[in-house]
Design a protein around this ligand. Structure first.
Ligand code: SAM
Length: 285
């Protein structure tokens, strides 16, 4: 067992994990700027990219590259500096380091060496998307990127199809339609889902609907960065299939965290009922 008191005097240095904006520079926190200014060295995924951010906030600290291709080679030298008392900051190109980004190996090496690892809160695409999705915010299951090849993707999705949690994926715009097609194939066309595009940026957009509707939308051609969120499976096995009257099923889904509109839509689809009529009945309760 190991206990880290983050803000006690340490015989060694400290590694700060610093989130950076996912689009809007105003999302940089005061603390993140302070930590980057005061660090001895910044370990950045792409130094040219991070330099623009540093220039914007008049941060003059030296930055070195730390990415998936030089992680192994960099870690011993960074641990050495930390052992000698250096304060280092690690950041990625956008959002939280280590979340679908470089960082986890350095964190593990610091913990192994008894060096304090101090995280800063800040921008993250998954959670930013989730809180405005309208899908049940918890429990949620963050998956990150799926495999790129269709068959591997389908195998991964098969393992996820009975999960009850809202699932969160990252995907590149040019692969979005193919990934949604795989999701339709495995999760079914009616599963509610949400696409969050260009979060915090000028063209931020949320597309909410069934997987099938979102696939048609994506096929028209989409640009920008996306978070894909898919509702959990609310009846993974036949025994789990909801019972009771349509209104009881709606109430149960709402109690389970679903929004009334999504619950009404799901129940209408499941039971083959008219959505408007069900909506009217629900609001007459
Ligand atoms: N570390 C980042 C975080 O904390 O969110 C994630 C980095 S990952 C390499 C990049 C992926 O995150 C993109 O492909 C996209 O799926 C998602 N993403 C990043 N910025 C986004 C934004 N502004 N809007 C929507 N999705 C975004």
């Amino acid at each position: 067992m190991q206990v880290q008191a983050s803000f006690q005097e340490h015989p060694t240095g400290t590694l700060y994990l610093v989130p950076t904006p996912i689009g809007n520079l105003d999302d940089m926190t005061f603390r993140a700027i302070k930590v980057l200014k005061e660090a001895e060295l910044i370990c950045a995924e792409d130094t040219r990219h991070t330099r623009q951010l540093l220039n914007h906030f008049a941060i003059e600290t030296k930055a070195i590259s730390f990415h998936e291709h030089n992680t192994e080679q960099r870690i011993p030298e960074l641990i050495n500096r930390l052992k000698q008392g250096a304060t280092l900051a690690q950041c990625s190109d956008a959002g939280m380091p280590s979340i679908s980004d470089p960082g986890k190996e350095l964190v593990a090496a610091c913990i192994e060496a008894g060096i304090a690892v101090v995280p800063l809160p800040g921008a993250n695409a998954a959670l930013t998307a989730l809180i405005a999705s309208g899908l049940c915010p918890q429990p949620f299951y963050f998956y990150g990127f799926l495999e790129r090849k269709h068959q591997q993707q389908v195998t991964e999705l098969e393992q996820l199809k009975n999960r009850r949690e809202t699932m969160i994926f990252y995907e590149a715009p040019h692969r979005l339609a193919k990934t949604l097609a795989s999701m339709v194939e495995v999760f079914g066309k009616d599963r509610p889902a949400v696409l969050a595009r260009e979060l915090t940026k000028r063209y931020e957009e949320f597309a909410r609907g069934s997987l099938d509707e979102l696939l048609s939308w994506a096929k028209e051609g989409v640009r920008g960065e996306f978070v894909v969120m898919v509702a959990g499976n609310d009846h993974p096995t036949e025994e789990d299939a909801p019972t009771g009257s349509p209104l009881e099923q709606i109430k149960a889904a709402i109690e389970g965290g679903q929004s009334p509109n999504v619950a009404i839509k799901q129940v209408a689809k499941r039971l083959g009922l008219n959505r408007q009529e069900l909506y009217r009945q629900y609001h007459q309760l």
